[in-house]
Design a protein around this ligand. Structure first.
Ligand SMILES: [Mg+2]
Length: 248
């Protein structure tokens, strides 16, 4: 029987890399990648990256072999000898194709708004739109999505300058963290999670329940469930460095 690993889990955008104006620009710096590679090779450590991005995109940004990759806020997971795809998410995929087409049409007149399809969910980005267009953006999105929300085909969540259209399943980063803890028979306290956004709060609560270490990344804010806080991605890297030294 293998030893039960320590789960080292982190969100990507805003946690390991600063938020950028376009998601493609949020590249992992080589030093952090090397550090993650070394940590992922540690015996007794299981490294997992948990993102709202699609799984293939996340893996392409991080490029650490042997890590667990969780995309679409927990709906899809792949790692060494492990795979998960939420069945309801698979079923919702065709509806999302139709909603994406409609959103692209109605948002075309709004410069800076764009719809990113992540197969199991959609991200509607508005960080680049003019302030004057924000109300119209909200109206168009609501108009396009509300019939599908009303018929329980999708649900809508919001993050940092992004609106997410997701399958109507009670499944989030917290649920996948619990799934991972169970899968790896994580001992009490054997998990650490770094995250910066609202969607990470579910993961913080799951980690807290397991007696693990929840770390909010960002400026002090009253509303977080995380028990610890660091200022930004650079400080996350410092903590990871220390974990590496301590576990050597
Ligand atoms: Mg984030």
């Amino acid at each position: 029987m293998r030893a039960r690993p320590f789960l080292l889990l982190a969100d990507y955008d805003g946690t390991l890399v600063p938020i950028r104006s376009a998601p493609a620009l949020a590249r992992l710096d080589p030093a952090t990648r090397r550090l993650l590679r070394r940590l992922s090779q540690r015996r007794g450590v299981r490294l997992g990256l948990i993102s709202g991005r699609s799984l293939p995109e996340l893996r392409g940004m991080v490029r650490v072999p042997g890590a667990l990759y969780v995309g679409n806020h927990g709906l899809e997971l792949q790692g060494p000898g492990v795979r998960f795809l939420h069945p309801q998410a698979r079923r919702a995929a065709p509806v999302l194709v139709r909603i994406a087409a409609m959103l692209r049409r109605v948002l075309r007149p709004i410069p800076g708004a764009w719809v990113e399809s992540k197969r199991l969910s959609l991200s509607i980005h508005w960080r680049a739109i003019r302030r004057a267009d924000r109300a119209r953006f909200q109206r168009e999105v609501r108009g396009a999505v509300s019939p599908w929300v009303a018929s329980h085909r999708v649900r809508v969540t919001t993050g940092k300058r992004v609106v997410e259209i997701r399958p109507p399943v009670a499944w989030d980063k917290g649920a996948i963290v619990e799934w991972l803890m169970k899968r790896y028979r994580c001992p009490q306290g054997g998990v650490i999670y770094f995250g910066d956004d609202r969607t990470d709060e579910d993961a913080f609560r799951a980690v807290n329940r397991a007696g693990g270490i929840s770390v909010f990344v960002g400026a002090p804010r009253a509303a977080t469930a995380a028990r610890w806080r660091v200022r930004g991605p650079r400080q996350v890297r410092n903590v990871l460095h220390r974990l590496e030294v301590r576990s050597a």
